[in-house]
Ligand binder design. Sequence first.
Ligand code: SAM
Length: 232
Amino acid sequence: MSTESAQEFYGRWARLYDVIARRTPGIAQLRRRAAAACRLEPGDTVVEMGCGTGANLPYLRERVGPTGTVIGIDFTRQVLERARAATAEYDNVSVLRGDATRLPVGAEVEAAETDGGGGIDAVLATFVVGMLEDPVAAVDDWCDLVGPDGTVVLANAARSEKWYAPPVNAVFRMIVILSTPPTTRLHYENDPHIRLDEKIDAAHARLRHRSVAVVDETHVFGVVRLTGGRLE
Ligand SMILES: C[S@@+](CC[C@H](N)C(=O)[O-])C[C@H]1O[C@@H](n2cnc3c(N)ncnc32)[C@H](O)[C@@H]1O
C-alpha cells in the first residue's frame, strides 16, 4: 500500500476505524496486554508508531503515570485529530504527524532521545508493520531508537496457525481484502493477506532476532500475534 493510498484510506475511514479500534470484543484486553509488555515504569517515555486514533495511548499513559511521556506518531491527519481529542485531558501525551519509517520524527522524539530527556524506554506498534514497504528495516530503526535495555513491542493480525484455523483464516482473508484499497477487487495476483502475512512474519522474526523475548504469544483464535523484546 502506498503512503498516499494509506493516508487516503485511513483519513476517509478514521471515524469507523476508531470504533473498531476501541470496541471490537477483546481488543481492550489486547491493548492493555501490549502496553504491559512494554515494561514501562512511572516516569518512562514511550513512543507509539502508527498510533492511529490513539486507542493504545490511555493504556500507555496508565503505565508511565503523570510524570512519564507518551508520544504517538502517525502520518494520517484525520486519525491524529481523533487521537489528539481523545487524549486532550493528559498534558504528558502528545501526538505528532510524521512517518514512522523516517526517524527521528519531530522535536519531541529528538528531545526524548537525548540523555537529558532520559531516552526512549519503549516503542509500541500495533497493526502497522503490515502496511510498511520494508517492515524489517522499520523494526531495526525502532530497536536502535530505544537502545540497550529498551523494549519494542509488536502486535499484528495474521493468519492463524491453530488446528481450527481454516474458517478463522477465511474470515481474516475477507477482512484484509475489505480493508486493503482498492476494496472492490475480488481477485488479486498477489493475494494481499499472503503478502501481509509475509511482512508480519518478517517483522516479528526480526524483533526476536534483535532482542530477548519478554512476550511472544497469540490472541483472538491465534489471529493476533504479540511479540515483545528487550534490547541488549
Ligand atoms: C491499522 S491502523 C492501526 C492504528 C493503531 N496502531 C491501532 O492499533 O489502532 C494503521 C495506522 O498506521 C498508520 N501508518 C501506516 N504507515 C505509517 C507510517 N509509515 N508512518 C506513520 N504512520 C503510519 C496509518 O495512518 C494508520 O493510522
